[in-house]
Design a protein around this ligand. Sequence first.
Ligand code: ATR
Length: 281
Amino acid sequence: MTINNNTRLIGLIGSPVEHSLSPSIHNALYDTFDMNFVYMTFDVKANELQKAVEGMCALSFAGFNVTIPYKQEILKFLDDIDEEAKMIGAVNTVTLHNGNLKGYNTDGMGFIEGLKRMGFNPLNKDVAIIGAGGASRAICVYLLKEGVRCIYLINRTHQKSLELAKEFNSQYNSEIIIPIEKQELKCANLDLIVNTTPVGMWPQISGNPLEDFKFCAHTVVVDIIYNPKETRLLQEARRQGCTVQNGIDMLIGQALESIKLWTGIDISYNHCKKILEGNIL
Ligand code: ATR
């Protein structure tokens, strides 16, 4: 990687940021594809978000990513927010053009691309989503955009599923999102199950959000966890004949969508995965 007078900066702001895989992913790609960008992380203190944003504008950053705990708070500093990100209520990617800041959420975009790569088209499909936090909201919004038939929503705190369903159903003027208790979930008509909770993630890898569940082989099961590469949920679903996908697709997918927004360059997923696998992932 050569850094010269034309090198543009791209930032990740959040706190903490030291465990993020994003700098390794982005810089490996910029290097391989000869893109004159450098990706750096910035641990921003609670009362300094505005200053950090102003600094990145003053220094003509090409754009930046936003992570915990600023994905919601960043909204108030933006000039424009993409429609889906507005509905999700969280932004993880900001573009910067002539001082104009526009926010997007590429998590849901990356997730949908991952499904489509498996040949799964969400149109008119029945889906179950476990979890009702930020990742669940992003995935719900993009599945709604793709025209799913219904989303069964299961969450440890049932009240949160009720609230999320009420909010999104009223925006879509529909009853597409159906909050249910875990024990009510039956595989028969499910085309897709998605885990958005940290249950099963390293170091508590023995966790399974659907312990003792009987899967149907036609159901596709996605876990957005990428460490371990195969969670107990995915092991069990695969053992029962399901097609499964881990969180690496969404992790790479959201990075590629952000790069597309900042640079206009569309990097192929498979090429990217080859570069990162065994090295960074
Ligand atoms: P993210 O942005 O990654 O989605 P989040 O907004 O904190 O993170 O949401 C985490 C989700 O995982 C929530 O739905 C949470 O359930 P609660 O609403 O009951 O908190 C769920 N979750 C986290 N830890 C869990 C656990 N040990 N068992 C079941 N669900 C869990």
